[in-house]
Design a protein around this ligand. Structure first.
Ligand code: ARG
Length: 459
């Protein structure tokens, strides 16, 4: 039969395929709490404004709480013929309280209703991302503190470049996640305006109080333009964009953990809790969690691109295209929260092989720059000349298959007579990192300062 919500002008119900393409209840039921919260705020405002009676508002408010507990208890039957969460809730309210339920939708449209619900949902996800990031940063800080002076190879092009410290490397991610944090905070602040009361697109002739509903829902203020309120999804795009950047950061550390846990590196060992075995190769310990975190950016960025593409070119105001915003955003949010939690757990349980990192730190002529810098400082050579002399020493060592400190002083002096015994200390990895005291540099004293600042920031 025709729809009970708008069936007035319809003689027949929809085709089965129409229902299949049209219904969103399969996914938008996730917004049930936001929907009920929004409806309760709306009904209370309608009563306060004298638009509905206090008795009806009371019945609606109580009835909605009953619907809420039914859904929470898993005792609610979601009906696809009722299309979405909004109409499922309202229909159930009608079963429960009868006629007053029909007054709830006064001065409201599903257009402002869905925009409100979805904003509330995405706002919660910003909060979840913020707490997830704070926990992750705390885990990285603990690693950084433990290993503020553990030397490891620093890479460019994944080739040994200069020694750095484990703490410095961890703190690099803390900075990235710190910017992620601020992106979610910014997005949350910008999205915190209420679409409720925009009605279908043009506002309403009823004397509603949009400030009251905005305040009841924790929004800072009502959105200033009703067309904008029902037709933009930039808040979700901001969330998705911040999530994509964050997932990209997670993916990079995940990749490093995959590399570092390999038998060829052995810088770290993932705990059993974060590894899997192979059903054929008994020796295997695979870093599956890290690999899956590495992959999540694919889904999250995919969702971001999908929603941009859905929104692009849509004329104002609401079009049904916008119903496709939710599954993408839900999936991206779930993926992000899982990736954040898994990375946090992995970092907390990670054991770091300090000796393997130190051994690798000196390989690949990683302190060649220190030698060149010494020639500049102590022998007054122009840097380019010092670079050239050091290059000659590297070539010499490489030809003999040894490291720089294994060259004798006589061999070094043959390249540049200014070189003294002091050079052997300069070529040591601990000296190398300790010497890099410039602001933001890898010297343990700088790294410890950075850690202290972050602890203060988080406290
Ligand atoms: N299920 C719809 C959505 O998610 C709700 C809004 C429907 N509005 C409309 N005018 N058909 O977008």
């Amino acid at each position: 039969g025709a729809n009970s919500m708008w069936g007035g002008r319809f003689a027949a119900g929809p085709d089965a395929i129409m229902q299949a393409i049209n219904a969103s209840i399969g996914f938008d039921q996730r917004m049930f709490a936001q929907d009920i919260r929004g409806s309760r705020a709306h009904a209370a405002m309608l009563a306060a404004q004298g638009i509905i009676s206090p008795t009806d508002a009371e019945a609606i408010g109580e009835g909605l709480l009953t619907v809420l507990s039914e859904i929470e208890a898993g005792a609610f039957t979601f009906r696809p013929e009722l299309e979405d969460i909004h109409m499922n809730v309202e229909a159930r309210l009608k079963d429960l309280i009868g006629e007053p339920a029909g007054r709830l939708h006064t001065a409201r449209s599903r257009n402002d209703q869905v925009a409100t619900d979805f904003r509330l949902w995405v706002r919660d996800q910003c909060d979840a991302a913020i707490s997830g990031l704070e926990a992750l940063i705390a885990a990285a800080l603990a690693q950084a503190e433990a290993g503020a002076d553990w030397v490891m190879p620093g890479f460019t092009h994944l080739q040994s470049a200069q020694p750095v410290t484990w703490g410095h490397h961890m703190m690099a991610y803390v900075e990235m996640w710190g910017r992620d944090l601020s992106r979610f905070r910014d997005a949350r602040a910008r999205m915190n305006e209420s679409p409720l009361g925009a009605a279908a697109l043009a506002g309403t002739g009823f004397a509603i109080d949009r400030r009251a509903t905005a305040a009841a829902l924790g929004f800072d203020r009502p959105m200033a333009n009703s067309l904008d309120a029902v037709s933009d999804r930039d808040f979700a795009l901001e969330f998705l964009s911040a999530a994509s950047i964050c997932a990209m950061h997670l993916s990079r550390l995940a990749e490093e953990l995959v590399i570092w846990s390999s038998a060829q590196f052995r810088f770290v060992a993932m705990s059993d809790k974060w590894s899997t075995g192979s059903s054929i190769m008994p020796q295997k310990r695979n870093p599956d969690a890290a690999e899956l975190i590495r992959a999540k950016i694919g889904r999250i960025l995919g969702a971001t691109v999908a929603l941009f593409t859905i929104m692009k070119g849509l004329p104002l105001a609401y079009s049904k295209d916008m119903q496709e915003d939710k599954e993408q955003t839900f999936d991206a949010a779930d993926s992000l929260m899982l990736a954040l939690a898994a990375m946090e757990g992995m970092l907390r349980d990670l054991s770091v092989n300090r000796d393997a990192m130190a051994a690798a730190a000196g390989a690949g002529f990683s302190t060649a720059t220190d030698l060149a810098d010494w020639l500049v400082r102590e022998a007054g050579l122009p840097f380019r000349e010092a670079h050239h002399a050091t290059g000659a020493l590297v070539a010499k060592a490489e030809a003999r298959g040894i490291d720089l400190p294994e060259l004798t002083l006589v061999e070094m002096q043959a390249v540049n007579p200014a070189i003294t015994q002091e050079i052997y200390a300069v070529l040591g990895v601990d000296n190398s990192v300790a010497s890099r005291t410039s602001y933001g540099g890898t010297a343990p004293v700088r790294v410890r300062e950075q850690i202290a600042q972050w602890k203060e920031r988080l406290a």
